[in-house]
Write a protein that binds this ligand. Structure first.
Ligand SMILES: [Zn+2]
Length: 332
């Protein structure tokens, strides 16, 4: 690929020379802890010395800031801006609602890095509208009536949209992190298999929701409502930054089951997975008496799921990718 040749003034050569950009690792101590960051440097093609290119310093300081926040699991400025936008709230009332000082959010927006504790408060408010509503109610008197009403209305709207359990949110967050592309249809099936394998492995469901036997297989309605705008297309939208990094709250045991499903069922399209679920008794039994294209809101009970996945566990096993692949292959 042809690269544009870049020129600038080299202070060592004392003339205009060409340069190239390189990545360089640097070490920096922040609050008594050493970090390795990667920055971009410009080197003169003729003498090899570093060159001071306009904009590079700013770019590097943004990069270091981002890498530091990533390393520490801290929210970024854009997350805070998102919080303001989603909940339709000003900087000062938001600060107060979160239990911070009045100008804390303003400082964060200007680049000050929040502590882990405050960052977690922000992340939780961002990812749980229910929690945000609680915070707003608790701090109603401090915030002021007008700001409170505006924010609570926005938060309730978001909450309606996100009427899925916390565990479901975390699971979806982890699936988004692990899978590059997923359609709403495939997501539904993946969630169903995660639930089944989790129930049979640990004797209890991962999420409290029950799915329903819709025409295209088992469907979690709250999740359906979240993503229905995408129809048969992959889910990709800034709105769902609300899920970002939430999966850290999942246990290793929970993540292991999700990984297992992603690495097996996750290799197939939503349509293929739908066809498999149509062969399985939980969906078939719940659809009894319904025509193929007739819509239904019949629940697929967790007991029914447990029964069927116990059968899979006995016949194929559910604890390894090989077992699950063998199960999938039995339909091909
Ligand atoms: Zn030079």
């Amino acid at each position: 690929m042809a690269r544009e040749i870049m020129h600038d003034f080299c202070t060592t050569c004392r003339k205009e020379t060409s340069y190239k950009l390189y990545k360089r690792k640097i070490h920096k101590v922040i609050k008594d802890k050493e970090y390795e960051f990667e920055i971009t440097v410009a080197k003169c093609d003729e003498c090899g010395s570093d060159m001071d290119i306009p904009g590079l310093l700013d770019k590097n300081s943004d990069e270091v800031d981002r890498q530091y926040r990533d390393a520490e699991g801290l929210v970024g400025i854009d997350d805070i801006q998102k919080l303001i936008d989603i909940y339709n709230i000003g900087k000062a009332p938001l600060s107060l609602a979160l239990g911070f000082g009045e100008i804390t959010i303003t400082r964060y927006l200007l680049g000050q890095i929040p502590s882990k504790e405050y960052s977690d408060v922000i992340r939780k408010a961002l990812s749980s509208p229910k929690h945000m509503i609680e915070l707003l109610k608790q701090n109603k008197d401090k915030i002021g009536d007008a700001a409170y009403k505006k924010a609570i209305k926005a938060a309730e709207e978001v909450a309606r949209l996100f009427c899925v359990s916390d565990k479901m949110l975390l699971t979806i967050s982890y699936i988004f992190e692990q899978m590059r592309e997923i359609t709403p249809l495939a997501l539904q099936k993946i969630l169903y298999y995660i639930q089944g394998i989790y129930i049979v492995s640990y004797g209890e469901p991962l999420y409290e929701e029950d799915c329903m036997a819709w025409v295209h297989g088992p469907v979690y309605e709250g999740v359906y409502n979240l993503f229905k705008d995408f129809k048969y297309n992959p889910i990709e939208d800034d709105r769902f930054a609300i899920f970002k990094n939430r999966f850290e709250e999942l246990s290793e045991q929970e993540k292991a089951v999700i990984d297992l499903v992603i690495n097996t069922f996750g290799k197939y399209s939503g349509k293929v997975l739908e066809d498999i679920t149509h062969e399985e008794s939980p969906w078939k039994n719940a659809r009894m008496g319904y025509e193929a294209t007739e819509s239904s809101r019949e629940k697929i009970s967790k007991d029914e799921i447990k029964k069927y996945f116990s059968y899979i566990a006995e016949k194929f096993g559910v604890r390894s990718e090989d077992s699950l692949n063998a199960y999938i292959q039995s339909f091909m």
